[in-house]
Design a protein around this ligand. Structure first.
Ligand code: MTE
Length: 340
């Protein structure tokens, strides 16, 4: 079958067709998604169409539970905090993932996370707060209006994507639970579920599960710091960290922890997974910084996805991933080569 015929059959723009193997991958992806009861495009109206996000009909989308769908549909674009860079095609955002709980290959999360149960979901709020507790996700989200924000995501591995998230500022959530004056840091924890997450069962893994991350309180309160529940106008796909993940666009992607079940406030700096694993390579701060190389590779440039051998699409990495105006003041006087 020629590429043209495939394109016409699937109604996919030529820019997204690369080879017959991509076509086959898409078919497999769609089959996996459908067997996991993910709805096809025509099954529901969503914010995606209103916002003009292109989601080819042959790719799965993730509507989420009914209560979330209603919330997602009423999201509003935050143009002020969105970048105008070209979006990553949806296909790349849902098939090129780091979610080590499901495997270390970029394709493992889309292959193995489709049946991951994300509803019902509880989030524990603990530590230095006036209102600790174990809350249903629906109650956590109830008072928050959702915003659509287009952010750059820069992985420490030197690739990047531009993604439209749906979420709300972490600062608003933090204020609701009333941190005490001792709360200087926030730690986030991903679900520990060996039955569903194959890599958590492995005795040879690199990470000491569950995955944990953390922010200084002023970083957590910065208006850019987002709790995301959706992307491209729909609920988060499981491989992207459903049902609730953090997005901190000026830091390397590993800070943006997925599938969060605990938010803990503490007086001391919390442990973070990659810092425990390789402290010389990954610091607590992990601010995107082209001037400070990773010990094994340069951080001066990045491969902006989609990228291929013939068209690698290499762009300069910007300090704080281009968000210096909003966040550089948080690190005034700090030596960022020491606090990497
Ligand atoms: N969160 C958990 N729980 N486990 C992970 O392996 N990988 C991180 C981050 N959050 C990771 C995680 C890394 S290294 C990156 S670059 C981003 O997720 C990737 O997000 P994406 O797959 O949605 O692009």
């Amino acid at each position: 079958m020629s590429k043209r015929l495939i394109r016409d059959a699937l109604n996919i723009p030529s820019s997204e067709i690369t080879s017959e193997s991509v076509y086959k991958q898409r078919r497999r992806l769609m089959q996996a998604a459908l067997s996991a009861a993910v709805l096809p495009a025509f099954a529901f109206p969503s914010f995606a169409r209103a916002a003009g996000y292109e989601i080819p009909d042959d790719l799965p989308r993730y509507p989420g539970p009914v209560w979330l769908r209603q919330k997602l549909a009423s999201a509003v674009r935050n143009a002020e905090l969105s970048v105008s860079d070209e979006l990553a095609p949806y296909y790349h955002a849902i098939t090129h993932n780091n979610f080590y709980e499901f495997g270390t290959d970029k394709r493992d999360p889309v292959r193995y996370a489709q049946k991951f149960k994300t509803d019902p979901w509880k989030v524990e709020i603990s530590g230095e707060v006036a209102k600790p507790g174990n809350y249903n996700l629906e109650d956590i989200l109830a008072p928050h209006a959702l915003e659509d924000r287009v952010y750059r995501l820069r992985c420490v591995e030197a690739w990047s994507m531009v993604i439209p998230w749906l979420g709300f500022p972490l600062a608003e959530l933090i204020k609701r639970f009333e941190p005490t004056s001792k709360a200087k840091y926030v730690q986030f924890t991903t679900i520990l579920d060996k039955e569903q997450m194959s890599e958590q069962r492995s005795s040879f893994g690199t990470i000491d599960w569950p995955y944990v991350e953390g922010l200084r309180m002023d970083e957590a309160m910065n208006p850019l710091t987002l709790m995301a529940v959706g992307m491209y106008g729909n609920a988060l796909p499981p491989q992207n960290g459903a049902p609730l993940r953090l997005v901190v666009p000026w830091k390397y992607g590993f800070k943006s922890i997925k599938s969060i079940v605990r938010i803990h406030f503490s007086e001391t700096m919390p442990e973070t997974s990659w810092n425990i694993t390789a402290p010389k390579e990954y610091g607590f701060y992990a601010n995107v910084n082209p001037a400070v190389d990773h010990p094994r590779w340069s951080q001066a440039t990045e491969r902006r996805l989609p990228s291929s051998l013939l068209s690698p699409n290499i762009v300069d990495t910007l300090p704080f991933n281009g968000y210096a105006d909003q966040v550089a003041h948080l690190y005034k006087g700090m030596d960022l080569s020491k606090w990497f």
